[in-house]
Design a protein around this ligand. Structure first.
Ligand SMILES: [Ca+2]
Length: 638
C-alpha cells in the first residue's frame, strides 16, 4: 500500500467524530489497462414503433411522440435496437413485391429520421423469428416456394439500399440476425438441422450484400442467442467470416457476480476471434422489482459487470413500454405482455402516463456517463458486492462507476497506481430516496491526495458515478431527470372482468368478452332484421373516480382507413341512482380498430353504458349485428 495513502487515511480518520465507523473498502482503477478500446455505451432495445398504425390506434400522438424522442435523447443511449420484418414492406402475401412507401415503411423512416436528428444509431433486426421470417407469412417451407432463402436475402439487401442509400438513414449501422434463433419458430426446408440453416442464411445474406456492393453499409450482428452462450461456439468457428459482432444474452440475474459470469462466458468464446461482443438484451422478469428503485441498482450492477467483462455494448430490454405491431398486436402472456403492450420499460406507454419509473434515473445516469464516442473501458478492482467500472474519455477525463450492492452504507477509497486528474463531480442514485438523483459539484474530500486516491461514503444500494467532467451547459440539468407533469400515473383498468349487461348477445360472442382485457375478443349482439342500436352496461360494483374510458371496436380484419364515428357509438355514465350523463367521444378514429379514448375529470361513476350500432351493411346472411371488442375504464389504483 502506498504510504501517502495511509497518511491521508489517518488524517481523515482523526477528523471524524468518535463513532464506530464502518471499515473502509479499498477499490482501484488502472487507467493504463484498456479492457475495451471502442466502447459503444450502455444502450437499449427501443423499437421504431411510434409512427406505426398500431401505436396510433393505442393513443400515440405527435405530442407524445415528441416526448418519447425527448426521453430517448435524455436517456443518453447512443444506439437503439429495433424490431423490423419483411411484412413492413410486403404486407401479408408470401414474398410479394416490396412497397417501400407502405404505411409501415413510412412509419419506420419517420422514426429513423427522429433518431438521426438526435445522433442515435440503429441496430435493425432483419426479421424477428427464425426461421419463420425467412419464409414470411407461413410456418412451413413449401416445395411450391423453393426460393424462400433468396427472397429473404433480396429483401434484406433491398431494405438496406432503400433505408440507407435512398432515404439517407446512415444511422442504421448494424443488422441483427433475428432474435433467439436457436428457439426455432417455424420449420426449416427439408427438416434441415436448425444451426445448419441459420448458417446457410447468414452466409447467403453476406454473399448477397457483397454481390450487391452493400456489405460495407452495415455490421452483421449474430447469433443473438438466449441462454448465453448457446450457439456461440458454432458461430465463432463456422460463421466468423460473416459475423462482425457477436451477441448473446440472458435474463434474471440480480448480483454483479452472476452478470459478470454470464458476460465472461461470452467473452471467452469470442476472444479468439478478436471481434467485439454485445450483450444484446438483459433485464429481470420480476414485475415488482422492475417497478422499484432497487431495479436501478440491479441495472448498475449488470452494467458494471458487462463493462468489466469487456462488452462493446449492452442493451437493456426495453427502454420504454411499447405496443407491438402484428403479429404480436393482441398478445397477452405471463411476461408483461398485455393485449399487445409489453411493460418491461423504464417508463409506461406514454398515452397512459407521462411518469417515469424509479430505475429510469439510474439508467440515465449509467447511460449518459459511462459511454460516449471514443471512450475506453479501463481496468479496475472492486468487490463482488461493491463493484467498480471505469472509462477514460477522449478529452483525457475519466468517469468511474461504483455500485453498493449491499443494503448498508459503505465507506470506499478509490486508488490509482499513478497520479491522475481526480473526478470532482459526484452523481449519486439512491434507490430508497424520494429524489433519487443527486449531483454534487464540490471537490470530494480526497482532492488533497495529489491524484492518487479519493474517499467517499455510499448509502445502502447507492449507485455513484464520479466524473472529471462538469455537467455540460447543454444538459438541461446535471443528469437529474425531468419527470414531466403527472397525468395518468398509476391508473388501472378497473373494468377488467366486471359484470356486463347487454341488450342481446350471440352465444359464441358473450358479454364477458367485453371486459376480458383483450381487444381481439368481442361481444356481439344477436342477429336483427334491421340495423338498430344495441346497449351494453358495465357495472363497476361501486362508485369509482373514473379518469379515462377507452372503447375498442370489434376486430373485423379490416385495415387502414380513417373512419367517422358518427352515430356508431353513444357513451353515458351514471352514479348509484343511474342518472345518465352523456360523454363525448372523439368523432373520428384513425382506422378501423383504433381505440376511442375519452379522458374526463375524475368523478364518481358506477355504471358505463354504451349504445352501439353495427355496420350499415348486413352480414352474408342478410342480418345485422353490432359488436365491441373491449371497454377499459381507468381509475387510480387503490
Ligand atoms: Ca375483449
Amino acid at each position: 500500500m502506498n504510504i501517502r495513502i495511509i497518511l491521508i487515511a489517518i488524517t481523515i480518520c482523526t477528523l471524524l467524530p468518535v463513532s464506530p465507523a464502518p471499515a473502509r473498502e479499498g477499490l482501484s482503477v488502472d487507467p493504463d489497462t484498456v479492457i475495451q478500446a471502442n466502447f459503444l455505451g450502455i444502450n437499449a432495445v427501443h423499437h421504431g414503433f411510434s409512427y406505426l398504425p398500431e401505436s396510433v390506434e393505442m393513443g400515440m400522438t405527435a405530442e407524445l411522440r415528441a416526448l418519447e424522442l425527448a426521453r430517448v435523447k435524455e436517456s443518453g443511449i447512443r444506439m437503439a435496437r429495433t424490431f423490423y420484418r419483411p411484412d413492413w414492406a410486403m404486407g401479408d402475401g408470401p414474398w410479394l413485391r416490396p412497397d417501400w412507401d407502405s404505411p409501415k415503411m413510412k412509419a419506420l423512416y419517420a422514426w429513423l429520421a427522429d433518431l438521426q436528428s438526435i445522433g442515435v444509431d440503429v441496430a435493425l433486426n432483419m426479421g424477428w423469428w427464425f426461421p419463420r421470417d425467412v419464409i414470411w407469412n407461413r410456418e412451413q417451407h413449401l416445395p411450391s416456394y423453393p426460393d424462400d432463402l433468396h427472397a429473404y436475402c433480396r429483401w434484406l439487401s433491398a431494405s438496406l439500399h432503400e433505408i440507407i442509400q435512398v432515404r439517407g438513414f446512415t444511422n442504421v449501422k448494424y443488422v441483427v440476425m433475428f432474435t433467439e434463433p436457436n428457439d426455432m419458430h417455424g420449420n426449416t426446408p427439408g427438416a434441415k438441422p436448425l444451426w445448419q440453416y441459420y448458417k446457410e442464411v447468414l452466409q447467403a445474406v453476406n454473399q448477397q450484400l457483397i454481390d450487391d456492393g452493400r456489405r460495407h453499409l452495415v455490421k452483421i450482428v449474430g447469433p443473438n442467442t438466449s441462454q448465453a452462450p448457446t450457439w456461440l461456439d458454432k458461430a465463432t468457428s463456422e460463421l466468423n467470416e460473416v459475423i462482425d459482432i457477436y451477441a448473446s444474452h440472458n435474463y434474471n440475474f440480480t448480483t454483479y457476480q452472476q452478470w459478470y459470469d454470464m458476460a465472461l462466458t461470452i467473452k471467452k468464446m469470442v476472444d479468439p476471434t478478436g471481434k467485439p461482443f454485445w450483450i444484446d438484451e438483459y433485464g429481470v422478469q420480476d414485475f415488482k422489482l422492475r417497478q422499484s428503485g432497487q431495479y436501478g441498482t440491479v441495472l448498475a450492477l449488470a452494467s458494471a459487470a458487462f463493462m468489466n467483462a469487456g462488452a462493446q455494448s449492452a442493451m437493456l430490454w426495453i427502454l420504454n413500454d411499447q405496443y407491438y405491431p402484428e403479429p404480436l398486436k393482441y398478445l397477452t402472456n405471463g411476461d408483461a405482455f398485455l393485449d399487445g403492450k409489453h411493460s418491461w420499460g423504464l417508463f409506461p406507454w406514454l398515452p397512459e402516463s407521462r411518469a417515469t419509473r424509479p430505475a429510469w434515473e439510474a439508467f440515465v445516469l449509467l447511460s449518459r456517463c459511462m459511454g460516449e464516442a471514443g471512450s475506453r473501458i479501463v481496468g479496475s478492482q472492486g468487490l463482488g458486492d461493491l463493484p467498480i467500472a471505469a472509462v477514460t474519455l477522449k478529452d483525457g477525463g475519466m468517469n468511474i462507476l461504483v455500485v453498493n450492492g449491499a443494503p448498508r452504507p459503505r465507506e470506499v477509497e478509490i486508488r490509482f497506481p499513478r497520479e491522475v486528474t481526480l473526478p470532482l463531480y459526484r452523481h449519486g442514485y439512491d434507490p430508497a430516496a424520494s429524489t433519487k438523483l443527486s449531483s454534487a459539484r464540490l471537490p470530494l474530500p480526497a482532492a488533497a491526495s495529489r491524484g492518487l486516491a479519493f474517499a467517499d461514503t455510499l448509502t445502502a444500494n447507492e449507485v455513484v458515478v464520479y466524473s472529471t467532467r462538469p455537467p455540460s451547459p447543454d444538459d438541461p440539468d446535471p443528469l437529474v431527470s425531468h419527470v414531466p407533469e403527472y397525468t395518468h400515473e398509476g391508473l388501472t383498468n378497473i373494468a377488467l372482468h366486471k359484470a356486463v349487461k347487454v341488450s342481446s348477445a350471440d352465444a359464441e360472442w358473450p358479454a364477458e368478452q367485453l371486459t376480458d382485457g383483450k381487444r381481439l375478443t368481442s361481444w356481439r349482439s344477436g342477429p336483427r332484421a334491421k340495423r338498430q342500436e344495441e346497449e351494453v352496461t358495465i357495472d363497476l360494483g361501486s362508485l369509482v373516480a373514473v379518469r379515462q374510458i377507452e372503447v375498442f371496436p370489434q376486430y373485423s380484419g379490416e385495415v387502414g382507413q380513417k373512419r367517422k364515428v358518427e352515430d356508431e357509438l353513444r357513451l353515458s355514465v351514471a352514479g348509484e341512482k343511474r342518472q345518465w350523463r352523456r360523454l363525448t367521444l372523439p368523432d373520428t378514429r384513425r382506422n378501423a380498430h383504433a381505440a376511442l379514448i375519452t379522458a374526463i375529470q375524475p368523478r364518481p361513476i358506477r355504471y358505463i353504458r354504451i349504445g352501439v350500432k353495427g355496420p350499415r351493411q348486413p352480414g352474408p346472411d342478410g342480418l345485422f349485428r353490432a359488436g365491441l371488442g373491449e371497454v377499459k375504464v381507468f381509475a387510480r389504483q387503490e
